[in-house]
Design a protein around this ligand. Structure first.
Ligand SMILES: Nc1ncnc2c1ncn2[C@@H]1O[C@H](COP(=O)(O)OP(=O)(O)O)[C@@H](O)[C@H]1O
Ligand SMILES: N[C@@H](CCOP(=O)(O)O)C(=O)O
Length: 292
C-alpha cells in the first residue's frame, strides 16, 4: 500500500482567474492505494456522504484511468467538498502521486499536473489546473494552457474562512463574465503583476493589493451570503487583502503572521452577523503533495 497527502489549495487569488493558485499548509486529503484488477473507491472524512464512489464520477477514478493504474483507493477527506479550497484537486493530486509511486511510473510532479487535471474535468467539466498545480507542486503557482505550471516558494500567512454553505465550482463558473473591458483588463494585469511580485518577495502588502479583481470576484461574491461584511471585518482586523477562494464559498485573507487569529475571529463573526456559521483555518502557503 502507498499513501500520499495533498493539501487544500486556494485558486484564482482574485486577479488570476484559472491561472493563480496557492497550496495551503492545512487542511489536506490523504489517499491510500493498493494494486487491483479494477478500481474501487472508498471515502471517509469531511463531506464523504456527498462524494461518489463510482470511479466514473470520482476524480481519483479518472486519475487511475489516465495512469492505467487500477487500484483499491481509500480517500480520507480533510478538505470539505464544494468549499472553494480545492477539495476535488486535493484528492486528484494525492491519488496521482500515490499511484505514480505504486506502479513506479516515474513521472515528476510537473508531469502529473495534466493527469490530475483530468480528474478536475470529471467534476467541473473543464480540466482547469489552477488547483492541482499548487496541490502537486506547492507554493504559489501560475498555470498556462500550453506550457505547464511555474511554482514560486512564498512565506505568507493566510486565513481561509469556510462558511456552512455550498457553492459548486460548476455553478460558479456559470456566473463568470464572457468578456472584459480594456479598463478592467489593464487593472487586472496590474493586480496580477503586483500579486506575483508580492509572492516572490513574501510581501503580504503587495499580495494583498494583488487580490483586487474587478471582473470575476464581484460576480461570485453575490453567491456568498455575507461576503462584503466578512471582507470589511477581515480588513478592519488587519488583513492586507481579501478575496473569494477558488469558486467559493470560502473567503481568503492575507495578513501579517501575528494577525491571523484576529482576522480569523473577525471573519467568523462577519459570517455570524449574516446568520451563517463558519470556521476559519489559520494557515499559510504550504508544500505540495508528498508520499507518507
Ligand atoms: N475525491 C473527491 N473529493 C471531493 N469532491 C469530489 C471528489 N470526487 C468527486 N467529487 C465531486 O466534486 C465536487 C466538489 O468539487 P468542487 O466543486 O470543485 O469543490 P471544491 O471547490 O472544494 O474543489 C462535489 O460535487 C463532489 O461530489
Ligand atoms: N479557477 C477555478 C478554481 C476552482 O477552485 P475550487 O477550489 O472552487 O475548486 C474556478 O474559479 O472555477
Amino acid at each position: 500500500m502507498v499513501t500520499a497527502r495533498a493539501p487544500a489549495t486556494s485558486a484564482n487569488l482574485g486577479s488570476g482567474f484559472d491561472t493563480f493558485g496557492v497550496a495551503l499548509s492545512h487542511p489536506a486529503d490523504t489517499v491510500s492505494v493498493e494494486r487491483a484488477a479494477e478500481t474501487t473507491i472508498r471515502v471517509r472524512g469531511a463531506g464523504a456522504d456527498f462524494i461518489p464512489t463510482d470511479p466514473e464520477k470520482n476524480v481519483v477514478g479518472a486519475v487511475a484511468e489516465a495512469l492505467d493504474a487500477p487500484a483499491h483507493i481509500h480517500i480520507d477527506k480533510g478538505v470539505r467538498p464544494s468549499s472553494g479550497l480545492g477539495s476535488s484537486a486535493a484528492s486528484a493530486a494525492a491519488a496521482a502521486v500515490a499511484l505514480n509511486e505504486l506502479y513506479d511510473r516515474g513521472y515528476s510532479r510537473h508531469d502529473l499536473v495534466p493527469v490530475a487535471a483530468e480528474g478536475e474535468a470529471v467534476v467541473s467539466g473543464e480540466a482547469h489546473a489552477d488547483n492541482v498545480a499548487p496541490a502537486l507542486l506547492g507554493g504559489f503557482t501560475i498555470v498556462r494552457s500550453d506550457d505547464g505550471a511555474t511554482s514560486v516558494d512564498a512565506d505568507l500567512a493566510l486565513v481561509a474562512c469556510l462558511p456552512e454553505v455550498v457553492v459548486s465550482t460548476r455553478d460558479a463558473r456559470g456566473v463568470v463574465p464572457d468578456s472584459v473591458s480594456m479598463t478592467d483588463h489593464v487593472e487586472t494585469v496590474g493586480n496580477a503583476a503586483t500579486l506575483t511580485a508580492g509572492m516572490c518577495r513574501s510581501d503580504p502588502e503587495l499580495v494583498g493589493r494583488g487580490l483586487d479583481d474587478p471582473v470575476v470576484t464581484p460576480a461570485r461574491a453575490k453567491l456568498i451570503t455575507g461576503y462584503e461584511g466578512v471582507r470589511e471585518a477581515a480588513l478592519a482586523a488587519g488583513a492586507t487583502g481579501v478575496t473569494v477562494s477558488g469558486a467559493g464559498p470560502s473567503v481568503l485573507a492575507v495578513c501579517e503572521p501575528g494577525r491571523k487569529r484576529a482576522v480569523a475571529s473577525a471573519m467568523v463573526e462577519g459570517f455570524a452577523d449574516a446568520g451563517v456559521g463558519a470556521r476559519a483555518y489559520q494557515t499559510a502557503v504550504g508544500d505540495g503533495a508528498t508520499v507518507l
